[in-house]
Design a protein around this ligand. Structure first.
Ligand code: NFE
Ligand code: MG
Length: 563
């Protein structure tokens, strides 16, 4: 007898995500469906507006990767109007992107994903003196340094537990048998979790130095950046460098050792050794270094074939809505894409929690569309970026990947797992952090000879234009597509990283990365599905990005029972 397990809401993500799985009598997942239960409306409100405002409006798609949508919106219009921005502007955009990644990935690992690997309650029984020794095993200068520091962390958490109000640590599956770290290792990680709350603020400040504020920076315009002399003064550049040093130090002395520690502890835990169901990957070139080169190259991997990486064909991208709550006849290319909502409801059935409204997998069941590349689902994100660059022989990436495999004793196949996805995000963070000096130096050198930060775009209202941007956002490849007519936006579509990964089945019944990654995994206890959450979190879901359309009419979209 199969049973249905419902996880809703998945917390520690951005937005609203529901996962349903069927498990057999051995608690092995036999089928899975993922849905966003939130409806928003940004693509539609772009119509009829000046393309010069596109970036500022579409950055509201999300409060997390605000810079990514901002930049993608502006670069789509620049592509349409054939604007080539000055080198200073290009480098400044790269520096902001680097800061975004350093912020976003650190927050994801510690505050959104770590508690899938770290049992906070177990940390209470650790011996702080022993933990101080254990920390030295993974780095000679641990952030969680010394017995006193670790004991203070333990006392802080114990105090929280004694009040009975666990705050951020409430309602988790503590004690689950798939937690593998020792009490001492858990204590080290909890100490870094708390420290990361401070460090992420410094990374956000890096963004604000060039963006004016964070989130939702304001310094990009069609044609370049508004950052003129004041923003590019030596004092500002120095401030950026200083904050970069603080965050990089944390990455080297906490994030790297913690992932190595987790890899060692979890390398025989079955539920983290699956988790890559779709072996197709897509990543675009990004992080322009100002010399015509990019930190990361782009390409498409099909069927896990790293030896045969193809260039991206923008015409191969289409979005299918067969199982999404929208109307459209066929899969659509984003230049001609529509976003017409059609909510069809849920169906009641028996679950491990009793009778509940559940996803209607034979009909429509998610607000997320299903992007496809030549009709195939693909995974995007840090892992996709690393695999594409590893396969193409990008030296920095090859060295970083091989270095980590050596350090952890993991085989190359381990990349194609939940653990690999999480370790891949770490390596991307480190590569990005390590490229900042080169970018800053290129900017400083260029500023000595050339102060241009902006070229005025020219738009002829009697002409029609179309353009798109493809960039890497922290969760993967992001593309924006714009058509301009009579001087205003005629159509606007965003094909977003989390949409690629979390979309429902397509017309051919093909499942996307989230759904396929769950199938075949065994749950220790279906009423406490930690393993499901760990796999899904490894993608770093952002449903706000994935859906980006909004219910203005307050329509009743469904009823939910949250257990
Ligand atoms: Ni809302 Fe986003 C990123 C974009 S996600 S966070 O990264 O674009 O899918
Ligand atoms: Mg879209």
């Amino acid at each position: 007898m199969s049973k249905r397990v419902v996880v809703d809401p998945i917390t520690r993500i951005e937005g609203h995500l529901r996962v349903e799985v069927e498990v057999d009598e051995n608690n092995v997942i036999t089928d899975a469906w993922t849905a966003s239960t939130l409806w928003r409306g940004i693509e539609t409100i772009m119509k009829g507006r000046t393309p010069m405002d596109a970036g500022l409006l579409v950055q509201r798609i999300c409060g997390v990767c605000t810079f990514s949508h901002y930049r993608a919106g502006i670069e789509a219009v620049e592509d349409a109007l054939d604007v080539k921005i000055p080198k200073n502007a290009e480098l400044l955009r790269t520096l902001m992107q680097q800061a975004l990644y350093m912020h976003d990935h650190v927050v994801h690992f510690y505050h959104l994903h770590a508690l899938d690997w770290v049992d906070v309650v177990s940390a209470l029984s650790a011996d702080p003196a022993k933990a101080a020794q254990v920390a030295m095993k993974y780095t000679d200068k641990p952030i969680a340094a010394g017995e006193g520091d670790l004991r203070a962390t333990q006392e802080r958490v114990a105090k929280l537990v004694s009040t009975g109000k666990l705050g951020p640590f409430a309602n988790a599956y503590w004690g689950n048998q798939t937690y593998k770290l020792s009490p001492e290792q858990n204590l080290i990680a909890v100490s870094h979790y708390l420290k990361a709350l401070e460090v992420q603020r410094v990374a956000a400040e890096m963004m604000a130095i060039f963006g004016g504020k964070m989130p939702h920076p304001q310094s990009l315009v069609v044609g370049g950046v508004t950052s003129v002399r004041d923003m590019l003064s030596p004092a500002r550049l120095q401030e950026f460098k200083h904050k970069h040093g603080i965050v990089t130090d944390f990455i080297n002395r906490a994030y790297v050792p913690d992932v190595v520690m987790a890899a060692e502890a979890f390398k025989s835990e079955g539920s983290v050794l699956g988790g890559v169901g779709v072996k197709n990957f897509l990543a675009t070139q990004d992080f322009a270094l100002g010399n015509g080169k990019y930190l990361f190259e782009g390409g498409v991997i099909m069927n896990g074939d790293l030896a045969n990486i193809q260039p991206i064909d923008p015409n191969a991208i289409k979005e299918d809505v067969t199982h999404s709550w929208y109307d459209a006849n066929d899969a659509q290319h984003p230049y001609d894409g529509t976003t017409d909502p059609n909510y069809t409801g849920m169906i009641k059935r028996d679950t491990v929690y009793g009778e509940l409204p559940t996803l209607d997998e034979k009909g429509k069941y998610s607000w997320v569309k299903s992007p496809r590349y030549n009709g195939e689902p693909v995974e995007v994100g840090p892992l996709a970026c690393l695999l594409v660059n590893y396969g193409k022989g990008n030296k920095a990436v090859v060295d970083a990947v091989n270095g980590l495999l050596e350090l952890t004793g993991l085989p190359i196949e381990a990349l194609f797992t939940t653990l690999g996805r999480t370790a891949g995000r770490l390596l991307q963070t480190k590569l990005v952090a390590d490229s900042v000096d080169e970018t800053l130096n290129a900017l400083i050198t260029n500023l000595l000879a050339d102060e241009a930060t902006y070229v005025e775009p020219v738009m002829d209202p009697s002409k029609e234009y179309k353009g798109h941007s493809m960039i890497e956002a922290p969760r993967g490849m992001l593309s924006h597509w714009v058509r301009i007519k009579n001087g205003v936006v005629e159509n606007y579509q965003a094909v977003v990283p989390t949409t690629w990964n979390s979309g429902p089945m397509d017309a051919a019944g093909k499942k996307g990365p989230y759904e396929l990654s769950l199938i075949g995994m065994k749950l220790e206890d279906p009423t406490k599905p930690l393993e499901v959450i760990r796999v899904i979190h490894s993608f770093d879901p952002c449903m706000a990005c994935a859906v980006h359309v909004m219910d203005f009419k307050g329509t009743d979209l469904g009823e939910y029972t949250i257990k």
